[in-house]
Every structure is written in structure tokens, then in C-alpha cells.
Design a protein around this ligand. Structure first.
Ligand code: ATP
Ligand code: MG
Ligand code: MG
Length: 546
């Protein structure tokens, strides 16, 4: 029984299988290789792969590569890598362009049945003849061509006798249909363009609305899941399936696409951000691409969990980006080691601490997951704290360090400030404190209380590190084509600070929770042994409630 808590597509599949409409299910994820995958695609990937899995079916990865002008092998490779990283195995890897011969035969089959004709009108004329919602379309002179003439012209289109746009092949359906998609849609166009997979073999290419149903038919796909904007195309999809000479009968099912706040989610727009150098590339950690999110530090588990929880429905919706962050925190809470990093350092000299002495203090690796054990961190006469953790003239209720005040240093001792060292500009460059040996962390000291706890990094062994702090790429919900005006040019802040010495061997992709600062990922592209780079994935706290 697959009905409990099931979304509407599961209900359809359950019914189809129990009624014997299909023996088993085959789904497909059909990206066009014209850009990198984004989080919206992840929703479709999770849906297709997990649906097939639940019903013991199969999923194909099919590159819908029928438009050579915009497609590239770089995208094919990136898409494969992203799906593998998410953790899905496709049963078959297919390229729609491998079916060009079959598609051509099916077009000929339509012509022979009197269901397709070669059109002389230009693209603009076709559009003009098509009419509108209130006005029926007009039939063009080409519509009455004989089968023989159409067969001859179509063969000559394939041979390369005509230039781009000189002729098209149109399905002959109904110029007065209330559904404009059925007013003799173009199903083949001429494009003298080299294809990344088929080279210069073809100069005519099938249109999406003809190619896609045939691809599903050829592969024996049973449930062809797509987004809502294709709902009006379903009658055309069914028409192509019905009138092909092939026997399988896939069904198209539409669901609402994922929309997220504070970002844009179309490959075309994301490509604009890349091309206009508003980001460093498709994998810029601010991008909603799978590769950007991977580099930022999102885990496959957090993305998949998010995709499952947002559900599958027919109603368009806008999901809060913070929900994605919520699942990231949930995933990393128990997994990520705790550590301390100083993003904006201020040196503290502990004047009563013995010179040249370093002691090693025990610290939990993850207080929420004791199994992760302990680490040792150094403490000595010189440490770094955050600049923002000290104020010379603090306002009321400032519980951090200021002259005369005592605070706790995490895992170490209480320290008290007695001197402030400034440079010639009056800028605080160093502060002097004393520590109280009695107050050592873990000693059970109860003598007095302090209100502030500061994190630190011991200065002599500190490892320099770069921290990249991100903000939303899109300042507000810019959905239209003016989204470039809403790009947040302040969305990256780079800071130079320090991390604990036990971070010397971190590798790209390692994730940590930095005390008070949030979750960070070692940047897999720019971080090296000599120059550690950490990307902030997400802050620790959020006002977001699920
Ligand atoms: P884009 O407009 O970003 O290029 P697309 O729909 O043109 O997206 P395709 O490569 O054709 O991209 O999409 C592959 C699959 O991913 C399709 O089945 C499509 O419906 C699905 N998909 C794309 N965007 C979303 C989204 N935001 N939410 C859910 N599914 C999506
Ligand atoms: Mg597309
Ligand atoms: Mg699109």
C-alpha cells in the first residue's frame, strides 16, 4: 500500500499499477544540457528517482539535447556529477539526440498519414497566422500540400537544401482549436548548427513538444512528470503518442515547480549572472545551483530532506529559503565537529600567565554527540578574541570584555581586562588582561559568576584562515527580467582571521560548526594547505520556524 501520506502522483501510480495499466513504472529526469542544475531540478530528481524506487521501477537520466544552439558537453558532465553527488543511480543514461533517426521516421510516418506538412511561412508569419485566444487561426497555403510533395520537401530539408528558417515541418491538427498549442505546431526546424553529441550529422532538429513525447515512448517511460507550465501541452503530447507508430503509452503528469525566496531559478537567468560576472561561476557558493550549494557546504541529505518535505502538489507556491537552511542545520548538528575560529582578531596578552608556556585544554568535539570525543586546544599568554567582543566604553548590558570586566574564555579561564593598547590613530590594537588560575574550566570553580563567554584561538599556534561570509544574492523577490537590478552587490564579505592548530589537515568539503559563528565548509576550490578558506554555510540561529 502506497497511499499513506502519499502525494497525488503516488496515488496515480498506485491506481495505474493496481488496474494493470502498466506492469511496472519507468520515470525519467530529462534535463536540457544548457546550464547547471539548480535546487528546482533537485525537486524533480528526488521526485522521479524516489517514486520509481518506491514502486520497484527504474529511472533514466535523459539529456534532452535537441537544441544544439544552447547546449554544451560541459553542462552534460556537470549535470551527471550533480546527480551522482545527490546519491542517485540512473538505470540508463540516454541522449535524446540518439533518437534523431527514429524521430525523423516518426515525422515521415505523420506525413504519410496526412498529419504533417512542410511549411514555407517564416516564424513570424506562422505566429501571425496562429491567431489568439479570441481569434481562430488561419490555414496557410502549405497546409494543402500532397503527401508526396511533403515527403520530398522534408527529405530535402534533411539533405541541407534549405537555409535556417526557410522551411519547417508542422503537425496538421486544428487551426481553430481553443488550445493554441494544437494550431499546427512546428515539429521540425532547420538549424545548420554543429551538435555537441551528433556533430554535423543533422541540420534539422525536432522541437521539444514533438521530441519529448517520442523520447518517453522510445524509452518505455510510463509516468512522464513535468512542471505545470506544460499542462496546456498535454493534448499535444497525447496527440504525438497516439499518432506515432510506436506502441508504448506514457502519461504526462504535471506538478508545481519549486520557487524559493531571495533567488532566481532558471538556467537562463543564472547564466546571465555568470556571464555578467556578478558571481564567480556556476558554482559560486551564493548560487542556487547544486554545484554552488555543494561548494557552499550543503549536504545531499539536507537537500533531499528539503525536497521531500516541501511536498508535491498542483498549486504554485513560494518556499522560504530559510527552510532549506533549517534542514542543513538539522543534518549538521550531530555530524559537524565544533571548533573555534576568530574572524576579526584582536590580540589579548595575559600578563600574569607564564611566558613561553603553553597548556593543552580538553574540549568536546560535539556536545550534542558525545561519541565524537574530545580534542585538545592550546592556551598561553597570548590569544586572539573577536574585535567585536571588546569595547572600551560599553553601553549598559554589554557583558563581553571591557576595562575592569571579567569574562569566561571558552574551555579555559576567567580573564579580566586592565589595559588597552592603542596605535597612533587611537585604534585599539591589543588589550592586556590577567587570568585567575582557580577558574579553570572543568575545575568546578563556583567562587563567582561572569556573564559573558568568549571564544578564542591561541596566538602562537593559530593558523591563518580566510572566512567568506555570504548574504542573499538577490536582495528581494525579483522574479521578472529586471532581476539583475536586484542583485545584492554586498553579498560576499571576506575576513582574515585564525583557526585552531588542529585544523591544519582539513580538506575541501570538511564541515565544522564554529562556536558562535555558524556552520562552515572548507572551500573545495580555493582552500589549500597554505591558505585555508572557509565558506559560511549558514548561521547558527534563525527566526524561521517550521
Ligand atoms: P530552467 O528554466 O531552469 O532552464 P527547465 O525546466 O527548462 O528549467 P530542464 O533542464 O528542461 O530545465 O528541466 C529538467 C527537469 O527539471 C524538467 O522535468 C523540469 O520540469 C524540472 N524542473 C526545472 N525547474 C524546476 C523547478 N523549479 N521545480 C521543479 N522542477 C523543475
Ligand atoms: Mg528547458
Ligand atoms: Mg525553462
Amino acid at each position: 500500500e502506497h497511499t499513506e501520506g502519499a502525494h497525488f502522483i503516488k496515488h496515480i501510480v498506485t491506481k495505474d499499477l493496481s488496474e494493470g495499466s502498466y506492469d511496472g513504472i519507468i520515470t525519467r529526469f530529462p534535463p536540457e544540457p544548457n546550464g547547471y542544475l539548480h535546487i528546482g531540478h533537485a525537486k524533480s530528481i528526488v521526485l522521479n528517482f524516489e517514486l520509481a524506487d518506491e514502486f520497484n521501477g527504474k529511472t533514466h537520466l535523459r539529456f534532452d539535447d535537441t537544441n544544439p544552439l544552447k547546449e554544451d558537453k560541459e553542462y552534460v558532465d556537470a549535470i551527471r556529477k550533480d546527480i551522482e553527488w545527490l546519491g542517485y543511480d540512473w538505470e540508463e543514461l540516454r541522449f535524446a539526440s540518439d533518437y534523431f533517426e527514429t524521430m525523423y521516421e516518426q515525422a515521415v510516418h505523420l506525413i504519410k498519414q496526412g498529419l504533417a506538412y512542410v511549411e514555407d511561412l517564416s516564424q513570424e508569419e506562422i505566429r501571425e497566422y496562429r491567431g489568439s485566444l479570441t481569434e481562430p487561426g488561419r490555414e496557410s497555403a502549405s497546409r494543402s500540400r500532397s503527401v508526396e510533395e511533403n515527403l520530398d520537401l522534408f527529405a530535402r530539408m534533411r539533405e541541407g537544401e534549405f537555409g535556417n528558417g526557410e522551411k519547417t515541418l508542422r503537425a496538421k491538427i486544428d487551426m481553430s482549436s481553443p488550445n493554441i498549442n494544437l494550431r499546427d505546431p512546428v515539429i521540425y526546424r532547420i538549424s545548420h548548427t554543429e551538435h555537441h553529441h551528433t556533430g554535423d550529422k543533422w541540420c534539422i532538429y525536432p522541437m521539444y513538444s514533438f521530441a519529448h513525447p517520442l523520447e518517453d515512448v522510445i524509452e518505455g517511460v510510463t509516468h512522464s512528470i513535468c512542471t505545470l507550465e506544460f499542462e496546456d501541452q498535454r493534448p499535444l503530447y497525447d496527440w504525438v503518442v497516439e499518432n506515432s507508430s510506436l506502441t508504448s503509452t506514457p502519461k504526462q503528469i504535471e506538478f508545481a515547480r519549486l520557487n524559493l525566496t531571495n533567488t532566481v531559478m532558471s538556467k537562463r537567468k543564472l547564466k546571465q549572472l555568470v556571464d555578467e560576472k556578478l558571481v564567480s561561476g556556476w558554482d559560486d557558493p551564493r548560487m542556487p545551483t547544486i554545484s554552488g550549494m555543494r561548494r557552499r557546504g550543503f549536504t545531499p541529505e539536507s537537500i533531499k530532506r528539503f525536497c521531500r518535505e516541501i511536498g508535491v502538489s498542483k498549486a504554485d507556491n513560494l518556499v522560504d529559503y530559510r527552510m532549506l537552511e533549517h534542514f542543513l542545520r538539522e543534518d549538521l548538528k550531530l555530524k559537524a565537529p565544533r571548533t573555534m575560529g576568530i574572524l576579526d582578531p584582536l590580540k589579548v596578552v595575559i600578563t600574569n600567565y607564564p611566558e613561553d608556556e603553553v597548556e593543552w585544554l580538553p574540549a568536546e568535539i560535539n556536545p550534542e554527540n558525545e561519541e565524537m570525543g574530545m580534542r585538545e586546544i592550546p592556551f598561553s599568554r597570548e590569544i586572539y578574541i573577536e574585535k567585536s567582543d571588546f569595547m572600551e566604553n560599553p553601553p549598559k548590558k554589554y557583558f563581553r570584555l571591557f576595562p575592569g570586566n571579567e569574562v569566561r574564555i571558552k574551555h579555559a579561564y576567567f580573564i579580566k581586562c586592565h589595559d588597552v593598547i592603542k596605535d597612533e590613530n587611537g585604534e585599539v590594537v591589543e588589550i592586556h588582561c590577567t587570568y585567575d588560575v582557580e577558574t579553570k574550566s572543568g575545575s568546578g570553580f563556583e567562587g563567582r559568576k561572569v556573564k559573558g563567554t568568549l571564544h578564542y584561538v591561541e596566538a602562537t599556534q593559530a593558523i591563518p584562515a580566510e572566512f567568506r561570509i555570504y548574504d542573499s544574492l538577490i536582495a528581494d523577490d525579483a522574479k521578472g527580467d529586471d532581476f539583475l537590478d536586484h542583485v545584492n552587490t554586498d553579498s560576499l564579505t571576506v575576513m582574515q582571521g585564525f583557526v585552531e592548530p588542529n585544523m591544519a589537515d582539513v580538506e575541501g568539503g570538511d564541515k565544522f560548526q564554529f562556536f558562535r559563528h555558524g556552520y562552515f565548509n572548507v572551500d573545495p576550490v580555493d582552500s589549500t594547505k597554505d591558505k585555508l578558506v572557509f565558506n559560511r554555510i549558514v548561521e547558527l540561529k534563525s527566526s524561521f520556524k517550521l
